[in-house]
Design a binder for this molecule. Structure first.
Ligand code: GTP
Ligand code: MG
Length: 246
């Protein structure tokens, strides 16, 4: 059964969509019937700080960055009920997946979305003030219900950030994989090939990893420069794990 992946994209159904029970609506709009796309990976994710920061690395340092991280972690929509903090991550596949889903999502800013593309998903979003500790308004947060990869390179980075190969049926895995021949453990931004107290096991011999991740781990272990940070590889292995760094 040989499958030729065409195009793929990462979608996140964000905490505001979950809180407002819009999940079913969003999934209907993105269904194969409407888009010709099929989903190849789905998971419910409690977003920890490492994953949030890796996902939004391009926005680090911007005025809205801190609120964006709080938002995707679910802290703003589930203030007290921390156990409800989650997003749904989906990988969609099919011709023109990136463009089709960005079109249905609509403009980033919900006000623009309502103005320019009434009916798109983000036209149902909201704006909320971003305040500093003294209560001064710094700007506006865009609660825009879903994330959708912007281009092919982002889609690859983001799918590999949120999904392990075996979260996706083998015939639908879009990127090269490899089998680990070593143990890899992680603690405090460092990798180890044998167990260290307080470390989390990332890979064991025989585990299947994205090839680019595996190559990055090998380089990082040798103290060499890799194409991505260790956290970009490790974050997906800590998804929904109780392991927390102190
Ligand atoms: P995503 O699909 O979520 O990645 O949105 P996008 O690709 O349409 O926008 P972008 O990647 O530039 O921004 C990511 C997220 O950061 C957006 O969904 C917004 O929530 C937020 N964001 C982006 N630009 C701004 C901005 O200028 N102001 C504020 N307040 N938030 C922004
Ligand atoms: Mg984006």
């Amino acid at each position: 059964m040989q499958h030729n992946p065409t195009d793929q994209t990462l979608v996140l159904i964000k905490p505001d969509a979950l809180k407002n029970s819009l999940t079913g609506y969003v999934l209907s709009l993105l269904s194969e019937f409407h888009t010709g796309l099929r989903f190849a990976g789905v998971k419910v994710v409690h977003v920890n700080r490492m994953l949030a920061e890796e996902h939004y690395a391009e926005h680090r340092g911007k005025v809205f960055y801190a609120s964006l991280i709080d938002y995707i972690e679910g802290r703003l929509h589930y203030t007290d009920d921390a156990w409800k903090r989650r997003v749904i991550a989906l990988m969609y596949q099919g011709p023109d997946a990136i463009k089709k889903i960005r079109d249905i999502a609509g403009p980033t800013n919900p006000l623009n979305a309502r103005d320019k593309r009434p009916g798109c998903i983000r036209s149902l979003g909201t704006l909320a003030p971003i305040k500093d500790e003294a209560g001064n308004t710094l700007g506006e947060r865009m609660d825009n219900l879903i994330h959708a990869s912007a281009n092919e390179a982002d889609a690859e980075r983001e799918i590999k950030l949120w999904f392990r190969p075996n979260d996706i049926p083998p015939a639908m895995q879009p990127f090269a994989t490899t089998e680990s021949d070593e143990h890899y453990y992680y603690r405090e931004s460092k990798l180890f090939t044998s167990h260290e107290p307080g470390s989390a096991c990332i890979l064991a011999p025989g585990d299947i990893a994205w090839k680019t991740d595996f190559e990055a781990l090998q380089l990082i272990c040798k103290g060499k420069q890799a194409a991505c940070t260790v956290e970009a590889v490790v974050a997906k292995y800590l998804i929904n794990e109780k392991w927390e760094e102190e």
